[in-house]
Design a protein around this ligand. Structure first.
Ligand code: ADP
Ligand code: MG
Length: 334
């Protein structure tokens, strides 16, 4: 049984009702010693955090909310929720070519369950520590489970990778593989046991942070694929005022996705979200600089299309025939 009194969360531990205050939660799970960056003047504990931005940098800010039942199944492991809430935000910074620095966390939970909070925090900090991100503030409230993370990154002045830089003649690329997360979600929703690799791709996305930063030297436009390739590529094209041809047979796929029904593979790759790969365009006279970058980073990159003046996306098979994306597939993920 749970209840709320003012700023206290009441939890039942065995036969005792015990109140954990909002501040206990912050102290116990989110304020951590020994994880401080030099550029944090003041972190958790005051009315606002104070952060130092170098004069030659711009501040890149992104925020994403994950709502239980909408962005993840309610029964998702709390470690994965904490992990993903930060990882998807770092993916936005990666797509800007920014270096992650700080984060804030606004957490709404239905009850103060210590084991849930511990696992959530462990997942969150596993990503924060890996990318040297310091949690500098947030908010903690009671209500339907929802997690909002805001991240702050740094990018050299004028060097951010934006969506509006694509131009006709540029080559179009994606990192990694596409469609894995969407396929895992389909499996979960249809009640079949999800393939472990695909499930890992859904729950523990790897933001392409280091690759995005080096990409800012050679790419013209970039976006992270969170809503599906067609939708996200569409954002680049709209912002840039152009169109593209997309070679659907060349979209990179994992062998686990390849084992699915052929028709469904393209539905997942074009319409499914949650891949958190990068989609970017490069000027023809700069593409020679891509292979060394791929070699050094170890991040697989595939050329998947061409930016053109004519608006819209033309999906083509390798034999030249057109491919019409499935309306129903897109509704399913909308
Ligand atoms: P205020 O009343 O000024 O909004 P709060 O009582 O909400 O402050 O929070 C107290 C301090 O704890 C603030 O520094 C806030 O940024 C931080 N904080 C609150 N919730 C979290 C959280 N979930 N994670 C990290 N920091 C938090
Ligand atoms: Mg507050």
């Amino acid at each position: 049984m749970t209840g709320q009194c003012g700023r206290c969360f009441v939890i039942r531990l065995s036969r005792f009702d015990m109140a954990i205050s909002e501040f206990d939660i912050i102290e116990r799970f989110f304020r951590r010693a020994g994880h401080s960056r030099d550029d944090v003047v003041l972190g958790i504990g005051d009315d606002a955090a104070l952060l130092r931005v170098p004069a030659d940098r711009e501040l890149a800010i992104a925020v994403d909310t994950l709502v239980a039942g909408r962005h993840f199944p309610t029964a998702t492991d709390p470690f994965d929720i904490g992990y993903k809430a930060l990882a998807v935000n770092l993916s936005d910074l990666a797509a800007m070519g920014a270096e992650p620095a700080w984060a804030t966390l606004s957490l709404t939970v239905p009850e103060a369950d210590p084991s849930w909070l511990q696992a959530f925090a462990d997942g969150f900090f596993s990503v924060a520590d890996r990318y040297a991100v310091q949690l500098v503030g947030g908010d903690t409230t009671r209500g339907p489970l929802s997690v909002t993370v805001q991240v702050h990154g740094l990018v050299q002045r004028g060097r951010a990778l934006r969506r509006d830089g694509a131009q006709p003649g540029q080559r179009l690329y994606v990192t990694g593989t596409l469609g894995d997360a969407a396929c895992a979600l389909q499996q979960l929703q249809s009640g079949v046991a999800a393939d472990p690799f695909l499930l890992q791709r859904l729950n523990r996305p790897e933001p392409r942070v280091a690759f995005g930063r080096t990409l800012s030297d050679i790419a013209s436009a970039a976006i992270d694929v969170s809503d599906g390739l067609l939708a996200d590529l569409g954002h680049i094209l709209k912002a840039s005022g152009c169109g593209a041809t997309l070679w659907v047979d060349r979209l990179p796929r994992s062998k686990q996705l390849d084992a699915q029904l052929a028709e469904n593979v393209l539905v997942c790759q074009l319409g499914g979200g949650d891949d958190y790969e990068l989609c970017f365009s490069i000027d023809a006279d700069r593409v020679a600089r891509l292979p060394p970058l791929v070699h050094d980073s170890g991040v697989p990159v595939t050329e998947v299309g061409l930016i053109e003046a004519e608006p819209g996306v033309r999906c083509r098979h390798d034999d030249g025939s057109g491919y019409q994306p499935h309306e129903r597939g897109f509704d399913h993920f909308a």
